[in-house]
Design a protein. Structure first.
Length: 397
């Protein structure tokens, strides 16, 4: 059982109170998950009725009733068979049985009960609902079950909770200030960029005004890169699928990539064989069919540039940088202005060095980040350095 901070416990408990209230008002709702988050909490629901902002007001009022009832959060464990029976009895098998199956054999299976509400949950929670002193439901969004767009889209209700009403009000004030400065609002009002459905979701059109800002920023960063000894390179927007098989980007990240482009001759041949979509996908994954991929990463092409000629250890470090445009198949519900898009240009770099040079190169990268961010007046940020995880082919942290 993962121990939570006191604030996480308040928010996790608020998520259960949210689900309690929703089931009271909408008994046909099917539940998925409701975790705490860095800024609040949410719960995902499957319901034929589409939630409205007016519904949120009613749900908030019902949540206040649940909190006033001062229901106790009680934890109890069960066998897998007992858990399955309980879930079915409560009519929540549609998603909860899948979540039950996620629990490894041998791990404890626990539920939490508050009042009439019972939920499969590892915890932890506050002792009583009255410990939730200040909460607010914020908005409604769509969210695919398990984050997979092949699954049904559920309705996600977001909220937040704090230990005191003053802290909640401070948070709401910050949200209001952020709304005034929302880059999507400012981008439209100042005519900096445009996203057009005819072009495609998540594909940004930079206007003449926006292009000035982008070019100035790029010129500034390029000069800082030059000072640190980086050489600028350019690579194409598309590359052979085999290159990304070698690098591991395909098929391990294929759910986040655009569908490969297949050469016309190969496509005609597959069509003549009556190849199904599922068979084609399997052949692409296994390498039986080749093609091209819109570039999801610059890494393999930078490595090919480095590998294009022999190098002595005396040449190292070699630092290659590119303002490279890459393409990711983000789910439509996750797209958000310029912060979550399907095509973007990143200041990307790769350093080829000896083991003895790694420490100094990492420090150089950190210095570059600090220089750029401090110049732009950005002080609230974190830098994360990841190392290769030999147990996980998709993670470097």
């Amino acid at each position: 059982m993962k121990e939570m901070t006191p604030l996480e416990e308040i928010r996790h408990s608020a998520a259960h109170v949210l689900a309690t209230a929703v089931l009271r008002l909408f008994p046909d709702a099917k539940l998925d998950i409701g975790p705490p988050t860095e800024s609040g909490f949410y719960y995902d629901f499957d319901l034929d009725h589409t939630f409205t902002m007016e519904d949120l007001e009613k749900i908030e009022a019902e949540m206040a009733k649940v909190i006033k009832e001062n229901q106790r959060f009680e934890r109890f464990e069960s066998t897998r068979e007992e858990a399955e029976k309980l879930i079915r009895e409560r009519g929540q098998e549609r998603y909860k049985l899948g979540r039950l199956a996620d629990i490894p054999e041998g791990d404890p299976i626990s539920f939490y009960r508050n009042g009439e509400f019972v939920d499969l949950c590892a915890g932890t929670h506050v002792n009583y609902t009255k410990k939730i002193k200040a909460f607010k439901l914020l908005n409604i969004a769509g969210a695919y079950h398990r984050g997979d767009e092949k699954n049904k889209q559920l309705q996600r209700i977001y909220g937040t909770a704090y230990p005191t009403k003053d802290e909640l009000q401070q948070h709401m004030d910050r949200l209001e200030e952020a709304r005034k400065r929302d880059h999507r609002k400012l981008g439209r009002e100042l005519q900096l960029f445009h996203i057009d459905e005819a072009v495609g979701q998540g594909l940004v059109l930079w206007t003449a005004r926006g292009s000035i800002i982008r070019q100035e920023l790029q010129t500034f960063i390029a000069e800082e890169l030059r000072k640190q000894g980086y050489a600028q390179v350019f690579t194409p927007h598309i590359g052979k699928l085999g290159l990304y098989r070698t690098s591991g980007h395909f098929p391990y990240y294929k759910e986040s990539q655009f569908t490969p482009v297949i050469e016309r001759d190969s496509l005609d041949e597959l069509a003549s064989e009556g190849c199904s979509c599922a068979d084609l996908s399997n052949r692409l994954d296994s390498g039986q069919v080749d093609g091209y991929l819109l570039k999801p990463m610059n890494c393999p092409m930078h490595i090919k540039i480095f590998d294009s000629q022999p190098h002595s250890y005396r040449d190292l470090p070699i630092r290659l940088a590119e303002f490279g445009t890459v393409y990711r198949w983000e789910q439509s519900g996750e797209l958000n202005g310029l912060t979550r898009v399907r095509g973007f240009t990143q200041d990307d770099a790769h350093i080829f060095c000896t083991e003895e040079q790694v420490e100094a190169e990492i420090q150089g990268c950190l210095d570059l980040v600090k220089t750029v961010f401090s110049t732009l007046g950005m002080s609230d940020y974190r830098v994360r350095i990841g190392l290769r995880d030999p147990e996980d082919r998709k993670s470097v942290v």
